[in-house]
Write a protein that binds this ligand. Structure first.
Ligand SMILES: O=C(O)[C@H](O)COP(=O)(O)O
Ligand SMILES: [Mg+2]
Length: 422
């Protein structure tokens, strides 16, 4: 029985090698072992540094491998391919409070091991005192609400659409309409950051005075998550410009600016960080490869984001509703040493999904963003905002949208227009 401090990672794996042995191969490769036994991997070194397999739970077998492996072909491996979950305990001393090394340990070469024909990181358990050594979310749910000035209901927002092509002045005019209509949150699309036709600085300079003007009237400042994705230097500089201009949020495409980029931003930033996870499908869509969201969101929490996208009910992407809801719950679950973060529902959302979202989550701690679902409303963006507000009122009251729409033309028009498209 070891007394060394450890963290644990849980995986789904597949291998023609019996699961317990495949798990040992992974534990060895991801710590002090390699493809053959080294005399220098002494018992003392192993006790200090080698990862331990702490659970092997077989789930079944497949006749054909999920992923191709030339290594398996060379050694003439045939099925069956054993599938199941395994858990590995790693010494904390192997890693320290370094996110890059943590990733290399739990999500590095193991995805490439020849014996492995399927590997998915499901979850991660860090002791509280270890998790606390990472920055973690500075604002999370509570701080996001405070900066947006919204309590007791979801933060309702939109994505500037068309995503690409509006000039700074056109963007500011749309923001004016949206603020006038009482929206809580506006974000850039992930596709726009600093293009020649709408440079970052020009966009910020055009939009922020509009937001400031409406703040006086609304008694709260509409949160604008302007996309600051870039190099660490660029992000730091842009964060400062946003704060200087009175902004209350910044957005980063987390997969592309990377963990160090977000960590650097978190160390520097005074504002909540909105995490856009575009590219995530590549990391999760194949069930035998990549990451489950439970693990993914914990890693981004360690890096220090405050809001993270989870798609939405009946979204425009591939993801089923139960997976979306599980992701949102994962964001809201307190983790040892890490505050909950805001789940961001976005992707093909409009008024119609509000009641089902509320029924599934039983919480209003969420951001509910509709780009096309607000800006594409048949009576214009202001009616789009009204329809979302009304839909969430109906959801909270437990009233059907049909009944609530009887005296509310914006919601009625949304139901007719978007409902008819489903
Ligand atoms: O960046 C996003 O979240 C998407 O562009 C959502 O856009 P939509 O609401 O029009 O689907
Ligand atoms: Mg988008």
């Amino acid at each position: 029985m070891t007394t060394r401090p450890e963290f644990r990672a849980r995986y789904w794996i597949e291998s023609s090698t019996p699961l317990a042995k495949a798990a040992e191969v992974i534990a060895g490769e991801q710590s002090s072992g390699t493809f053959l036994k080294l005399a220098s991997e002494t018992d003392v070194l192993k006790e200090r540094s080698r990862a331990r397999v702490v659970a092997v739970e077989p789930q079944g077998e497949a006749a054909t491998p999920s992923l191709h492996s030339a290594h398996e072909e060379r050694r003439g491996a045939a099925g069956p391919y054993h599938q199941g979950e395994i858990e590995i305990a790693f010494p904390i001393a192997n890693v320290g409070p370094h996110l890059g090394t943590l990733l290399a340990t739990i999500a590095g070469n193991l995805f490439e091991l020849g014996e492995v024909t399927g590997c998915r990181l499901l979850d991660l358990h860090l002791p509280e005192d270890y998790a606390r050594q990472f920055a973690g979310p500075r604002f999370g749910v509570a701080g996001t609400r405070e900066h947006a000035g919204v309590s007791g209901r979801p933060i309702i927002g939109t994505i500037i659409k068309p995503s690409i092509g509006l000039t700074p002045e056109e963007t500011a005019a749309l923001v004016d309409t949206l603020c006038e209509a009482g929206l809580d949150f506006i974000k850039d699309d992930e596709l726009i950051c600093d293009p020649p036709y709408a440079p970052f600085e020009a966009r910020l300079a055009a939009v922020m005075p509009v937001i400031e003007r409406h703040a006086d009237r609304l008694g709260r400042k509409v949160m604008y998550a302007i996309n600051i994705s870039g190099t660490p230097d660029e992000m730091r500089r842009r964060q400062d410009q946003v704060a200087e201009a009175g902004g209350t949020c910044v957005m980063a495409c987390v997969n592309w600016v990377g963990f160090s980029g977000v960590q650097d931003l978190r160390a520097h930033a005074e504002l909540p960080i909105h995490g856009h996870r575009n590219g995530w499908g590549m990391l999760t869509r194949h069930p035998a490869l990549g990451f489950a969201f439970t693990a993914y969101q914990k890693l981004w929490r360690l890096a220090g984001i405050d809001q993270l996208h989870v798609n939405g009910i009946r979204n425009k992407f591939w993801e089923p509703d139960d997976s979306v809801v599980a992701s949102a719950r994962a964001c809201l679950r307190p983790e040892p040493g890490l505050a909950p973060i805001m789940p961001v529902f976005s992707s093909g959302q409009w008024a119609g999904q509000a009641p089902d979202t509320y029924a599934a989550l039983r919480s209003t701690d969420l951001m509910y963003l509709a780009g096309g679902g607000i800006i594409g409303h048949p009576d214009g963006a202001a009616a789009g905002v009204a329809s979302l507000r009304e839909a969430w009122e109906a959801a909270a009251l437990g009233e059907s949208l049909e009944a609530y729409a009887r005296t509310r033309p914006a919601l009625r028009a949304a139901l007719d227009f978007f409902g008819g498209r489903a």
